[in-house]
Design a protein around this ligand. Structure first.
Ligand code: SAM
Ligand code: SF4
Ligand code: SF4
Length: 343
């Protein structure tokens, strides 16, 4: 495709001078888990209306958006959801995206289907995976995913991903007070020395169904203290400017962990992320209240140049910095669900 903006020097900057670099695509709003903090059963029950097939972007539409974003300077695409591996033939989409030069292609998954799919994902051109795993304690894990899914199957998925070369595997643990903080140190012990990178994420006030309260947040500092007391850590430099996870390594050389302090240490200043929802809306912030529809453009005969101009305009107007200005009580703001725009 010819880049209508010419060289990357013409790539748009938002109102805070940030470029767009990282596109997150939610490929489905459906999931085989009902994590208590993300898709609680009381809301996402039998009667919940998920998107219909005709509403969701096709692989061709997603790949076209990816090519357009590549032209705007995006160099990383993460597939997410819902659970991306429940979308049928996801390998076909990965193959289409892997054909776009200069893109780092990753995927975030709950790991439930990874054991059987890891090799096919790698063969299709996926570079790496991030697996969400909130506890090693089977009882706690089953309670948190709320569909009685056993932890061993996710661990097998992580092994399969590493064996397939989707490495290093990142393992993300969201910590919620009263749910899983007792498992923090066990998790560190389990993944230390494996080459996988364990990352702890502060529980966030995404969406409006999880009833978030600041009291539910175990801070990154608390997490660091718990691990450091048993396995001493030291800070290391970020891999690149603006990396979201703060990196720490074990002083004995047995690996590293990451801390993602999305609540207590906002990183909006360096935020170059944009999200494409399952039904083709662009969100310039995880906490955005409205999206910008591009599906109508895709289906209405707009040229790549037209769509590029629209996105540039949206990005140029962007002034998002929600986490920097969050208040302790966010309940009154109607936000978009995580399962709809991905993490
Ligand atoms: N289903 C996939 C998974 O669980 O990895 C991908 C989508 S999920 C919405 C993406 C990430 O968001 C997961 O790591 C999940 O733990 C995280 N997440 C969901 N709700 C969250 C919340 N309230 N605070 C912090 N992280 C959250
Ligand atoms: Fe599903 Fe992921 Fe949300 Fe859990 S966090 S309910 S696995 S989308
Ligand atoms: Fe980016 Fe919005 Fe998160 Fe800030 S709150 S880091 S702008 S997604």
């Amino acid at each position: 495709m010819i880049n209508p903006l010419g060289d990357s020097g013409a790539a748009p900057r938002d109102r805070m001078g940030r470029h767009v670099r990282d596109l997150r695509v939610s490929v489905t709003d459906r999931c085989n888990f009902r994590c208590v903090y993300c898709m609680p059963k009381e809301v996402f029950g039998k009667d919940y209306q998920f998107l219909e097939r005709k509403e969701i972007l096709s692989f061709e539409e997603i790949a076209r958006m990816a090519r357009i974003f590549r032209g705007l300077g995006v160099n990383k695409i993460r597939l997410t959801g819902g659970e991306p591996l429940v979308r049928r033939n996801i390998e076909r989409l990965i193959g289409m995206l892997a054909a776009i030069p200069g893109l780092d292609l990753t995927l975030t998954t709950n790991g439930s289907l990874l054991r059987q799919k890891a090799q096919a994902l790698k063969s299709a051109g996926l570079n790496r995976v991030t697996v969400s795993l909130d506890s090693l304690d089977d009882t706690v894990f089953r309670r948190m995913n709320d569909v009685d899914f056993p932890v061993t199957r996710v661990l097998e998925g992580i092994d399969a991903a590493a064996a397939a070369g989707l490495a290093p595997v990142k393992v993300n643990m969201v910590v919620k007070r009263g749910e899983n903080e007792n498992g923090i140190v066990a998790m560190a012990r389990r993944f230390r020395g494996t080459g996988h990178i364990l990352r702890f994420i502060e529980y966030m006030d995404v969406g409006h169904t999880n009833g978030w309260r600041m009291d539910d947040v175990i801070t990154a500092r608390e997490i660091l203290g718990m691990i450091d007391a048993e396995m001493p850590l030291e800070p290391i430099d970020p891999n690149y400017p603006g990396e979201v996870a703060e990196r720490w390594r074990y002083r004995d050389g047995s690996g590293e962990i990451g801390l993602i302090a999305s609540v207590t240490q906002a990183f909006c200043r360096d935020c170059t992320r944009i999200r494409l929802s399952t039904d083709g809306k662009l969100y310039t912030c995880l906490f955005a209240t409205t999206g910008h529809d591009v599906r109508d453009l895709l289906r209405g005969g707009a040229s790549d140049g037209d769509i590029t101009s629209s996105i540039s305009e949206i990005w140029t107007r962007r002034g998002d910095r929600y986490s920097e200005i969050r208040t302790a009580n966010t309940g009154s703001v109607k936000k978009i669900e995580m399962s709809y725009i991905g993490g």
